[in-house]
Design a protein around this ligand. Structure first.
Ligand SMILES: C[S@@+](CC[C@H](N)C(=O)[O-])C[C@H]1O[C@@H](n2cnc3c(N)ncnc32)[C@H](O)[C@@H]1O
Length: 233
């Protein structure tokens, strides 16, 4: 699957909003993004992984949430946007090692992680399948993958209202905060295209994961997927 927007454009887009990314997130989601990462971190902590890869780590918000729940974990935060990684580096977290790399070609050995987490990142990758295959490659057999990303609410009345917010209000509000409204128009379009619910479960299974479950949150505005690397080659 290929998006109409090139990886270099994605990188430039995040680089241009990096210093305001967290503020924009918290304001535009009314702080709910902190709750969504907290719920994800709780799910990760239930599996007690030690070596964790947080892919598309950005400013490291999910890694921070996970470390609050598993203080002994060692997290590698990967992102291909150096400006976003610089924001994560400002947090000076000893247990978080930051690596600039493309999620589609990870510089890690096979089966080197106990868990992979990715929040609001897979949707932005050039190929969802290639991204998932790389995540599978670096996971130990049977180890869990946690994907947190936006989805569309399923309630018939809420869906059109949310779409109006997403396509018309969000880019304008985000433009005021970051000066880059087009970044958020892209985000709205990417949410429309991104598979959710059972469609995401089926994509995960095609890419070598099993026992996939999903938990919609906040009326389905975001969904947390948990899947396990299967044992086939
Ligand atoms: C919306 S931010 C999410 C950041 C963080 N995970 C969070 O929860 O706030 C998406 C991040 O994905 C990164 N990204 C997109 N495609 C990538 C790729 N192919 N490889 C590595 N990072 C990528 C972007 O640079 C950006 O920092």
């Amino acid at each position: 699957m290929k998006h109409s927007i090139e990886p270099i454009e994605i990188k430039n887009l995040f680089s241009s909003i990096a210093t305001r990314y967290e503020l924009a997130n918290h304001l535009l989601c009314g702080g709910l993004d902190l709750w969504w990462r907290h719920v994800t971190a709780l799910a990760v902590a239930k599996k007690s992984p030690h070596f964790i890869l947080d892919l598309a780590t950005g400013s490291g918000d999910l890694a921070v949430a996970v470390l609050k729940k598993i203080p002994t974990a060692q997290i590698t935060g990967v992102d291909f946007c150096e400006e976003m990684l610089a924001e994560a580096a400002k947090k000076k977290i000893p247990a978080l090692t930051l690596v600039a790399a493309d999620g589609l070609a990870l510089p890690f050995r096979d089966e080197s992680y106990d868990a992979v987490t990715i929040a609001f990142g897979l949707r932005n990758m050039e190929s969802w399948e290639k991204g998932l295959q790389e995540m599978r490659r670096v996971l130990r057999p049977g180890a869990p993958l946690f994907i947190l990303d936006f989805s569309l609410p399923t309630l018939p009345l809420l869906k059109p209202l949310y779409r109006f917010y997403l396509h018309h209000l969000l880019p304008r509000l985000a433009g005021l905060i970051t000066g880059r409204s087009e970044a958020y128009s892209y985000m709205a379009d990417s949410i429309e295209q991104f598979p959710s619910g059972l469609a995401m479960c089926s994509l995960l299974e095609q890419c070598g994961f099993q026992q996939t479950t999903f938990k919609p949150m906040t009326f389905g505005v975001v969904t947390l997927y948990i899947a396990y690397k299967n044992y086939r080659n």
